[in-house]
Ligand binder design. Structure first.
Ligand code: MG
Length: 381
């Protein structure tokens, strides 16, 4: 089998997600947005699909790198794309990850199996945690510790067995504020009781002393992990923090460097629980390497973010990976609403709080090709 073409199709949809001046997502007025589908076309019929590609990079890099190659040589093709990054600095790990996921999707479709079974299946369902949006200033949204507490109660009613707060960040004028973060964490603990695992992912550029203060307060509140309170480029700061705290520090999430950076974090003792997602490290191929790295050091690893790629890796993880990150959630957004370009939710959650691994072939996306065709904003390449 050979790859004969790389296609992209950009299409419109309506959303009420908006981004603030620091890039964080919030609810807002409905408006048009676009999404892009990547298709890897083969000479024998089956195709591989993934969402979120940059069309220009697909044309300029994926085509010369992939066309003419055997699509089952995923390791070779991933290494090749990694090499392109030396010169093409806009070829981010996130973008490489889309190509890698489309290749895994193609393999799954060829063998009529979900990707996690090709990787080596371990489980068919994963417990989810409710991952909130960042704090805001919308009354009844996430504007106060009490808002977080009321939303946490709703999450428990919905079936979630664990909750992670993202708290207030700039551009809110008074944010960040370590004391307010702790107040929100305390209000949620008070609301849900002692038995629910709770996690905090706060402002990402606190000082060492601020991070240590928050971490010690989280220990008193019996929080389950503490995530990214400082710039992750400073491995030394995380080693300093993890040394002093009992609560597990989880990371790195956004630091560049794929599994290499994560190996250094392990050696430095900078995290107690390793972290990474398909968008952080460049796809399923390097995320599985990261999983095995964690396993080799006897460490737990928590997968960052949702979607088909992360879910399939969770289905193949023989070490915890305890949770699937479901969200981001907000009182004003219906996360369970199916995206218009899909026929069903990839991460539907049952009343017990489990997300079941999709049993369809590949990544498991049940794609609504008619919607994509009807809402296309450019001629497919
Ligand atoms: Mg995070």
């Amino acid at each position: 089998m050979k790859i004969v073409d790389i296609k992209t199709r950009t299409f419109k949809y309506k959303t009420n997600h908006v981004r603030d001046s620091e890039g964080h997502g919030h609810p807002g007025p409905e408006h048009d947005a676009t999404q892009t589908l990547l298709t890897i076309v083969t000479d024998e019929g089956p195709a591989g699909y993934a969402f979120g590609v940059n069309p220009a990079i697909a044309e300029q890099i994926f085509k010369p790198a992939l066309v003419g190659e055997d699509p089952f040589y995923r390791e070779k093709l991933w290494q090749r794309l990694k090499h392109w990054q030396r010169i093409h600095r806009n070829l981010t790990d996130n973008v490489i990850g889309v190509a890698d996921m489309a290749l895994w999707d193609l393999a799954g479709r060829c063998f009529d199996q979900p990707v996690y079974k090709l990787l080596g299946g371990y489980r068919d369902k994963v417990l989810a945690y409710a991952s909130t949006m960042c704090g805001d200033e919308e009354p009844g949204g996430l504007s106060s510790p009490d808002d977080y507490a009321r939303f946490a109660e709703w999450c428990i009613q919905r079936g979630y067995k664990a909750i992670k707060l993202h708290t207030w960040m700039p551009p809110i004028a008074w944010a960040p504020d370590p004391k307010m973060d702790v107040k929100a964490c305390a209000a949620v603990r008070e609301a849900v009781g002692d038995d629910i695992p709770l996690m905090l992912d706060c402002y990402h550029y606190y000082s060492r002393e601020q991070a240590l203060y928050i971490g010690r307060e989280l220990e008193k509140l019996n929080y389950y992990w503490f995530e990214e309170p400082m710039d992750e480029h400073s491995t030394s700061s995380y080693a300093w923090l993890a040394e002093q705290l009992d609560i597990p520090v989880v990371g790195p999430e956004t630091a560049e460097g794929k599994m290499y950076t994560r190996a250094e974090w392990i050696l430095r003792g900078a995290a107690d629980i390793l972290r990474g997602g398909v968008g952080d490290v460049g796809g399923i191929t390097p995320l599985m390497k990261t999983v095995h790295l964690a396993e080799s050091f006897g460490m737990a690893m928590e997968v960052h973010g949702g979607g088909g790629g992360n879910l399939q890796v969770l289905g193949a993880m023989g070490i915890p990976g305890e949770f699937y990150e479901r969200g981001l959630l907000h009182p004003f957004i219906d996360y369970d609403e199916v995206e218009p370009w899909l026929h069903s939710k990839i991460d539907a959650m049952d009343d017990e709080g489990y997300v079941h691994l999709p049993q369809g072939p590949g990544l498991g996306y049940d794609i609504n090709f008619d919607y994509i065709e009807e809402n296309s904003v450019e001629t497919g390449k």
